[in-house]
Design a protein around this ligand. Structure first.
Ligand code: SAM
Length: 212
């Protein structure tokens, strides 16, 4: 069983709302409403990658968007299908091929998933996201960047040599620098439209990138 599947089974057993606490979903919804609605008209088709149990997808539907969510965890997708009937959900590993035709989406939205990919999976995802976006479509990324603080290294199973951390022996996080992420996006053919970087260590990077 993958580490993510294991985590969602714990989430179900613990009766938790999703990957995050309910208050954090309120913040996430406000973040994405402020970021999406001024530039993306209602009715746009959004692919949400790493959608988990569909908490954000439900908010995106309420904003008037047509939403397809994908996640690597079957348990998460089963829960998402049960709770958000107005969106579509598929089990998919975004580090390999995305199961959609070319130019299918106006927006690909990544809310805290990219930092879980490492190596070739990152290049594959960025290439695949560009393939499924229409011409001049938007990739919106919210991701963690930079190394974790030293005092968290042991708890996270962090290896500074590879800048990865593991759960149950599986690599589950990659700690890219902000510059590295921006370089990856440009190498995949994106034009950077808006970039916000909240700090140096263990920070958050927000990018709106336009498919060239
Ligand atoms: C930090 S959680 C965020 C989940 C969701 N965006 C939310 O806010 O509830 C990251 C999500 O990415 C998913 N994920 C990790 N690696 C993935 C991959 N290679 N393909 C698809 N989903 C993946 C995990 O299963 C998890 O649901």
């Amino acid at each position: 069983m993958s580490a993510f599947e294991g985590r969602y089974r714990q989430i179900v057993e613990g009766g938790l709302p999703g990957w995050f606490a309910e208050e954090h979903y309120a913040e996430l919804t406000a973040h994405w409403r402020d970021r999406l609605t001024p530039q993306i008209a209602a009715g746009a088709r959004i692919l949400e990658v790493g959608c988990g149990v569909g908490k954000l997808a439900a908010s995106l539907v309420a904003m008037g968007y047509e939403v397809v969510g994908v996640d690597i965890s079957e348990t998460a997708i089963t829960l998402a299908r049960r709770s958000v009937s107005d969106a579509k959900f598929e089990v998919a590993n975004i580090g390999s091929a995305l199961p959609f035709p070319e130019g299918e989406f106006d927006v690909v939205l990544d809310s805290d998933c990219l930092h879980h990919l490492h190596g070739a999976a990152r290049t594959n995802f960025l290439g695949e996201s560009a393939r499924v976006l229409r011409d001049a479509g938007l990739l919106l990324v919210k991701t963690n960047v930079g190394e974790p603080p030293l005092e968290h290294h042991e708890m996270l199973g962090y290896d500074p040599g590879t800048r990865t951390s593991r759960r149950d022996g599986e690599i589950v996080n990659y700690y890219a620098s902000a510059e590295e992420v921006l370089g990856e996006l440009e190498a995949a053919g994106y034009r950077l439209d808006r970039v916000e970087h909240s700090g140096e260590a263990n920070a958050q990077l927000l990018v709106d990138a336009i498919r060239g």
